[in-house]
Design a protein around this ligand. Sequence first.
Ligand code: ADP
Ligand code: MG
Length: 510
Amino acid sequence: MSTTMMGGSPGGVMVADGQGGMALDRSGGDLQARGPEARGGHPFAAHWARICARLQLEVGEVEYRTWLRQMTLGAVDQDEITLYLPTRFLRDWVRSQYGDRLGALWNAEVAEIRRVELALAPDHSANARPEPPEDGMTASEPRPAMAASLPGPSSAFTPVVEKNSDLAAPLDPRFSFDGFVVGKPNEFAYACARRVAERPSSPGFNPLFLYGGVGLGKTHLMHAVGLELTRPDRSGGAVSVAYMSAEKFMYRFIAAIRSQQTMEFKEQLRSVDVLMIDDLQFLIGKDNTQEEFFHTFNALVDAGKQIVVSADKSPSDLSGLEDRLRTRLGCGMVADIHATTFELRISILEAKAQASGVAVPPKVLEFLAHKITTNVRELEGALNRLIAHANLFGRPVTLEATQEVLHDILKAHDRRVTIEEIQRKVSEHWNIRLTDMSSARRARAVARPRQVAMYLSKQLTSRSLPEIGRKFGNRDHTTVMHAVSRVQELMTTDSAFAEDVELLRRMLES
Ligand code: ADP
Ligand code: MG
């Protein structure tokens, strides 16, 4: 059971109630102890808070939230401390992946502690937090840590259909409509989701099929629909909603076959008012599960129940799904979530930064929105890490700090910068035409940005001065040399200018 860090024999019997733990939680961006220890009960609460904060920085926000956040503090017995996890799966995972690190961190905090025991919380059912399923396949996806304006887990957590609690995954209260930032790329999908939440089972919207790339908000919107439908103040909360990933659907189905309980499984599924299956593409090639889903689907739709499905492609592009299922999936409303735009990324960052209560300068938000363009999850992860760092060290968020703290993330997003890219970014920044980069115009409003672009080309690419000159309307290499020294000079005398150049450089830098 124990994670041995530096030898020694197993410790004695653990005596702990399993709820006396604390964990690092953040609401409104503050680092807080959770549980009774928040009031100072556990003698090691302060140490634990520091260790959690360290871990959070080391492993990153998403990983921390996914695996470590639910750890709670148990008893100390001589040189051994017990940490609790709510499920067997989490306990085993944390033990294998983080056991040694936890040991080392504890030992560094409290020299007497030489062993860390990872145990299953004795009575985690009394714990109000949603519990990921044992198979660990479909626990709610990594959650956004920041949404201070949204109701906390205790007030809004809705156990999805009590009677089906082992069938479906819990809905994450932070994935609400309120927490979803709407922009051009997702407004249609958002409107459809809203519509289904307001009036489920309308013919034109059943099934609702949401599709789009990774991390663009499909799961968020599905949870939002479920949360809205099960709001206690709405129809007495009587609507039963089952949300699960296609993967979990399959595992449950297989488990039902093994234990000869397929009838029960079918009945359970057919008894819900709304069935939501996330990431349907997972069923490609899983013919028996597809078949089962197809029948469930038909039974529910025929009974006037709502289906919501998500996938990474449109029904027609999901080759590998049975034709009849594909056809039926396309019969209701099919809504596409497009890749994010710069504007949407900025809006999302602004909303999340504001909710965190940490002041993040617009330049930093712009920088992030330029750098991390692939998906919202990564964008959010980066911002959360910045905020955690700011909270921890009480330092203001600056561009420099951002580069430092997000070094690894930014590196992954880096690519080789080209002169064309530099010209484009610089023109956009000063609102001049791209063609003016190579035009003969000498007006200051055009010449200055052109000089900056030359300077950045020299700094950020390996091109020679004559090569750079050629890309700027066949100018001479001495013109480029002059531009470089002129920009350097200006940067020392004009701090606003220097900041602009610096921002551009950071945006472009590889
Ligand atoms: P998908 O299921 O499409 O892969 P998710 O729904 O899991 O993506 O979204 C990834 C993360 O990004 C989640 O934390 C989600 O809350 C967040 N997110 C995505 N889109 C938005 C949005 N428009 N507004 C706010 N948060 C968003
Ligand atoms: Mg998803």
